[in-house]
Ligand binder design. Structure first.
Ligand code: 9D3
Length: 256
C-alpha cells in the first residue's frame, strides 16, 4: 500500500480533498446559485464536486443603515463601494475560502479558456462582485485583487459575470461533464470554432445534410469537419485564426 493510500485508509480517517470552492461577495446573494443550481453544475453541486459560499457584503457594514457605498471623491455621478466594508468582507472570505481574490470588473483582463483552465486547476476563487460605479481602488490594491472582465459590453454588475466564470470553471472539474469527450477535443482548446452540426431528419425544408456525414467514411468526416472548422474560424474570427496558424507553424499539437 502506498503512503497516499495508507492515509486514506480506515473509515474514521477517510477524507476527501475539499472540492473547488467559489466564495462570492455580493450585495445580491439571492442571485446565487442562479442557473448553476440547475443542469450539470447543479448536479455537481449536490454531489459536492464543487462548493459555493455566498457572503452578503451588507453584513459587513457597520452603520445602522448598513451602507456599503458613498459618493465619489472628486464628484461625478453614481456611488462607490466603501473600502472599509469591502475589506471586512474580503477578510471574511479569505478566512473561509481558498484561491485568488478576483474582482469582476469591465476594466479587468479578459476571461479566456486559458484563465478558466488555470482557475479550475487551483483550489477555488474568491469572487468580488461590484455594483454602482465600482469599488474604492485602495482596497483592491491592499488585497492584491486581480480584475477580470467577461467582455467589452456593459453588464449591470459583477454577479452575472461571476456566474459566467463559475460556469466555465465548474464544467472542467473532474466528474462534472457527463459525456466522455475530452476537453482537449473542444474547439476552443484546439484554437478553432466548431464545425457545423446536423441531426435527423436527413432532409428538412428542402435542406439536405452534407453527404459526407452520411457516407460512413470516418476519416473523410474527420477531414471535412476540420476543414469546416478552419473555414468558419477564418471567416468569423481573424484573431483566433491568426493565433491558430501561428501555433500550427510552430508545430504545436500536431507533428509535421
Ligand atoms: C455606467 C457605468 N459605467 C461607466 C461607463 C462603468 C461601469 C460600471 C460598472 C460599467 C459597468 C459596470 C458593471 N459591470 C460589471 O461590474 C462587470 C462587467 C461588465 O460590465 N462587462 C463585462 N464584464 C464585467 S465583469 C463586471
Amino acid at each position: 500500500m502506498s503512503a497516499d493510500e495508507a492515509t486514506r485508509d480506515g473509515a474514521a480517517t477517510a477524507r476527501r480533498k475539499p472540492p473547488w470552492t467559489a466564495t462570492v461577495l455580493t450585495i445580491f446573494p439571492e442571485m446565487f446559485p442562479g442557473h448553476l443550481g440547475a443542469s450539470l453544475a447543479g448536479k455537481a453541486l449536490e454531489r459536492d464536486l464543487w462548493a459555493l459560499r455566498v457572503l452578503d457584503i451588507r453584513d459587513f457594514a457597520r452603520d445602522k443603515h448598513r451602507s456599503v457605498d458613498d459618493a465619489p471623491f472628486g464628484g461625478g455621478a453614481g456611488m462607490v463601494m466603501r473600502p472599509d466594508v469591502v475589506d471586512a468582507a474580503l477578510e471574511a472570505a479569505k478566512a473561509q475560502g481558498p484561491g485568488p481574490a478576483i474582482y469582476l470588473s469591465p476594466r479587468g483582463r479578459l476571461l479566456t479558456q486559458a484563465l478558466v483552465r488555470e482557475l479550475a486547476a487551483g483550489p477555488g476563487a474568491i469572487l468580488l462582485c461590484g455594483r454602482y460605479e465600482g469599488v474604492d481602488e485602495r482596497v483592491l490594491e491592499a488585497h492584491g485583487v486581480a480584475e477580470v472582465s467577461l467582455g467589452d459590453y456593459v453588464l449591470s454588475g459583477g454577479e452575472p459575470a461571476a456566474l459566467g466564470l463559475m460556469d466555465a470553471v465548474v464544467r472542467l472539474l473532474p466528474g462534472v461533464v457527463g459525456n466522455e469527450a475530452s476537453p482537449a477535443e473542444e474547439s476552443f482548446e484546439r484554437g478553432l470554432l466548431e464545425y457545423p452540426h446536423y441531426t435527423r431528419p436527413a432532409a428538412w425544408r428542402g435542406r439536405k445534410v452534407p453527404q459526407v456525414l452520411t457516407s460512413g467514411h470516418h476519416e473523410k468526416v474527420r477531414r471535412w469537419r476540420q476543414g469546416q472548422a478552419e473555414r468558419i474560424t477564418e471567416e468569423r474570427r481573424p484573431d483566433l485564426w491568426a493565433h491558430y496558424l501561428k501555433d500550427r507553424d510552430e508545430g504545436e499539437g500536431r507533428e509535421p
